[in-house]
Design a protein around this ligand. Structure first.
Ligand SMILES: C[S@@+](CC[C@H](N)C(=O)[O-])C[C@H]1O[C@@H](n2cnc3c(N)ncnc32)[C@H](O)[C@@H]1O
Length: 284
């Protein structure tokens, strides 16, 4: 099957380091789990025959659900065509602010909500996804004159992948999503980044702080004991070094474009940690 690209620009998206992740993935495994799937860069590269993909962001997972379902998929694309044709500054804010009226927003058809999510992602400032404590999308407009919301053939590949293979879609907490993982399964964790200084962690209304990083490392260790292959990416912070001491550290330098001012964009040290020996000669 042809390889797809993420349908959203996602903070922490792994497209730029996906080749390294593929090299570090085990050659063989049973079920693939991706508890923080985001834009899904690694999923599209690996094309696992059996997988459980999850993200706490329900609006994002609703897009995956709509791409999977034939009717919703067609309706979503038609809605995206409408958004492209109507796009303006004023229109952006009209669509963005639909979630201010919870009662009406909850009544919107799934495909309309999915099209809104993609449209906002493409038309907002720098592809950010940020919600406030009331779960309202609050990113300003990217002030683009024209917005291209989707690449039809690319979404077609994702539709095929989600239907031809056994891929379960969930939108729950990461810990619950790996509850059934067994020996021989492969789990790739790509959590919101830890930081020694500032934190960008508002993909969901709940955030992801130091306590969450610690809870994640407990889950990593529990899966290690079960005999799963576990891989995790994060920044190489003090806390990350401490939490995963004794596991294999592979260092990569990634270009970061989202969630930073122009001055702070640039290279940061990112680390890919595995509980198994690497077939590739990465620096440890
Ligand atoms: C770094 S991003 C993942 C990027 C993704 N690998 C990609 O290539 O686009 C982290 C993701 O974790 C999700 N998330 C945050 N807290 C979560 C939780 N408690 N359980 C599951 N997902 C969570 C966010 O919605 C976000 O999509």
């Amino acid at each position: 099957m042809l390889k797809a690209k993420p349908f959203v620009k996602w903070a922490g998206g792994k497209r730029s380091i996906v080749d390294k992740l593929v090299k570090l993935a085990p050659d063989e495994y049973k079920t693939y789990y991706e508890p923080f799937v985001g834009g899904g860069a690694l999923l599209y590269e690996l094309q696992p025959k059996k997988a459980v993909i999850n993200d706490y962001n329900a609006e994002l997972m609703n897009v995956y659900e709509c791409i999977k379902d034939e009717n919703k998929f067609a309706n979503m694309c038609a809605e995206l065509n409408k958004h492209e044709a109507n796009h303006s500054e004023e229109y952006y804010y009209k669509i963005r602010d639909l979630d201010r009226n919870k009662k009406n927003f909850n009544k919107l058809a799934d495909y309309k909500r999915a099209a809104r999510t993609i449209y906002l992602n493409k038309a907002c400032f720098n592809g950010l996804y940020r919600v406030n404590s009331k779960n309202e999308f609050n990113v300003p407009s990217g002030k683009k004159v024209k917005v291209n919301t989707y690449d039809g053939p690319n979404l077609g590949i994702i539709h095929c992948l989600l239907n031809f293979y056994d891929i379960k879609l969930l939108s729950i907490d990461f810990e619950k999503s790996v509850k059934n993982a067994k020996k021989g399964d492969f789990i790739y964790f790509d959590p919101p980044y830890d930081s020694d200084t500032s934190t960008f962690n508002s993909y969901t209304e709940n955030g992801f702080g130091k306590e969450e990083q610690k809870r994640l490392s407990d889950v990593f260790k529990e899966l290690d004991k079960r005999g799963c292959y576990v891989m995790l990416s994060n920044y190489n912070t003090k806390l990350v070094k401490e939490l995963y001491k004794g596991y294999n550290f592979n260092y990569v330098t990634a270009q970061r474009n989202i969630g930073a001012s122009a001055k702070n964009r640039g290279t940061v040290e990112e680390v890919i940690i595995t509980n198994y020996k690497n077939k590739e000669g990465f620096e440890e």
